[in-house]
Design a protein around this ligand. Structure first.
Ligand code: 13P
Length: 263
């Protein structure tokens, strides 16, 4: 069985809680677009701005081939949930949503059960879902990364089926590599992504699991991206800090296009 899913590689820009004003957000998306649109036939690029910038960024992206996503969603579609945004509200604006990012697990107490409900809700609305998993530094040091990541994948996909596979992405982001400049050893990333593919196969069937894309995230930059996207089980990357610099992010997209163009 080939480890390569039929879809294009995905390079996702998670802006997190940046930039703090709309003018900078629009400058950034225009800068990314000027280069990314040239690679749209080989790499799927998606941008994840903060909620307040989604509408304005969507207007810049019209007919560019570059996709838009939200950084989170709630699991109910409407109701008395102050501050929450539902996937039903996002589905006409966005193609993607990120769920279970480690920063939400750490700072907002998101549990595997909440992540599973968000994953199912996003998929039920027709959105593509990037579900994030990854171990803490303590797990990595204790050699328990596999157990932690396996449990997160199993819990998060609890109600997913083979029908969801083409719209499902799992981002492996070791927490100790996020925003630290300490990117994971590609060998560790490779073994973990291979494990994720195996678990997804056990859950939804090996054929469907081949369509699920797996990304690496954690201090990805223009200098190290090749060492990840060339790994057999890696279908792209989820980029944080480096996606706030249009030139750097554009370089990440270009390298990914080149690597996949040679496969
Ligand atoms: P950095 O690229 O800043 O390490 O962030 C990774 C990340 O959390 C993307 O979701």
């Amino acid at each position: 069985m080939s480890s390569r899913p039929p879809g294009m590689p995905l390079v996702a820009a998670n802006w997190k809680m940046n930039p703090t004003n709309i003018d900078d957000a629009l400058d950034l998306v225009r800068g990314i677009l000027s280069v990314a649109r040239g690679h749209a036939d080989r790499v799927e690029v998606s941008i994840f701005p903060p909620f307040p910038w989604l509408l304005a960024v969507s207007e810049v992206l019209v007919e560019s081939g570059v996709k838009l996503g939200a950084q989170d969603c709630f699991w109910e579609m409407s109701g008395a949930y102050t501050g929450e945004v539902s996937p039903a509200m996002l589905k006409d604006l966005c193609q993607w949503v990120i769920v279970g990012h480690s920063e939400r697990r750490l700072y907002l107490g998101e549990t595997d059960d909440m992540v599973a409900k968000k994953t199912a809700a996003g998929l039920s609305c027709g959105l593509g879902v990037i579900m994030c998993v990854g171990e803490l530094a303590d797990h990595y040091d204790a050699g328990t990364s596999d157990q932690v990541v396996s449990a997160q994948v199993k819990a998060g996909l609890a109600s997913c089926s083979a029908d969801d596979s083409a719209r499902l992405v799992i981002a492996y982001e070791p927490v100790w590599a996020i925003g630290t400049g300490k990117s994971a050893d590609p060998e560790h990333a490779y073994k973990t992504m291979r494990l994720i593919r195996r678990i997804v196969g056990e859950m939804i069937g090996a054929g469907a699991a081949r369509k699920v894309r797996i990304l690496y995230g954690g201090s990805v930059n223009a200098a190290n991206v090749q060492s990840y996207v060339e790994l057999p089980y890696c279908d792209g990357c989820l980029v944080g800090g480096a996606s706030l610099d249009a030139a750097e992010f554009a370089h990440i997209v270009k390298v990914t296009a080149e690597v996949y163009g040679h496969r």
